[in-house]
Ligand binder design. Structure first.
Ligand code: FEO
Length: 172
């Protein structure tokens, strides 16, 4: 059984994951408006992945006999200064999410909830991957240029991001 404290924190993280999905959808709208179909596609896949992150936590709370509570999702930004600025904002956001997951794992340890800590280690690894992927995009934009031809080439590359595969059942 989850402690009340941990259940509340997991419910907040579910909200944060849904917000992440919402934020990336807002970036999709921004990038589509610039006709950057590849960048928009990449963000759309990212939004889907965040939705799956929320569902994995949702299923886990249910599996542990807890009660999921859904909170209001904050309104994301609508505009960014440039496509590069949108990816920078994505990286900044992921760094915040990494910090949130670390605090959650700290709480799971304090509460001596090893199952929740085990689940959260999956998210710890996922955050490493997510930060690295966005950082890679930004570094390539630095190399190729974040306007004109460089941006055109990046847009073409990002079109190839595959659809995220459904994540295993809670705890997997
Ligand atoms: Fe699910 Fe990118 O945090």
């Amino acid at each position: 059984m989850l402690s009340n404290k941990l259940q509340d924190a997991l419910n907040q993280q579910i909200n944060d994951e849904y917000y992440s999905s919402y934020l990336y959808q807002a970036m999709v709208a921004y990038l589509e408006d610039l006709n950057l179909d590849g960048c928009a596609h990449w963000m759309k896949m990212q939004a889907e992945e965040e939705h799956l992150h929320a569902l994995k936590l949702f299923d886990y709370v249910v599996e542990r006999g807890g009660r999921v509570e859904l909170f209001a999702i904050a309104q994301p930004a609508k505009e960014w200064d440039s496509p590069r600025a949108a990816f920078e904002a994505a990286l900044d956001h992921e760094k915040v999410m990494t910090e949130n997951i670390s605090k959650l794992a700290d709480l799971a340890i304090t509460e001596r909830d090893h199952a929740t800590n085990n689940l959260l280690q999956w998210y710890v690894s996922e955050q490493v991957e997510e930060e690295a992927t966005v950082d890679d995009i930004l570094k390539k934009l630095d190399m190729m240029g974040d306007t004109g031809t460089g941006l055109f080439l990046m847009d073409r590359e990002l079109k190839n991001r595959p659809t995220p595969t459904p994540i295993d059942q809670a705890g997997a």
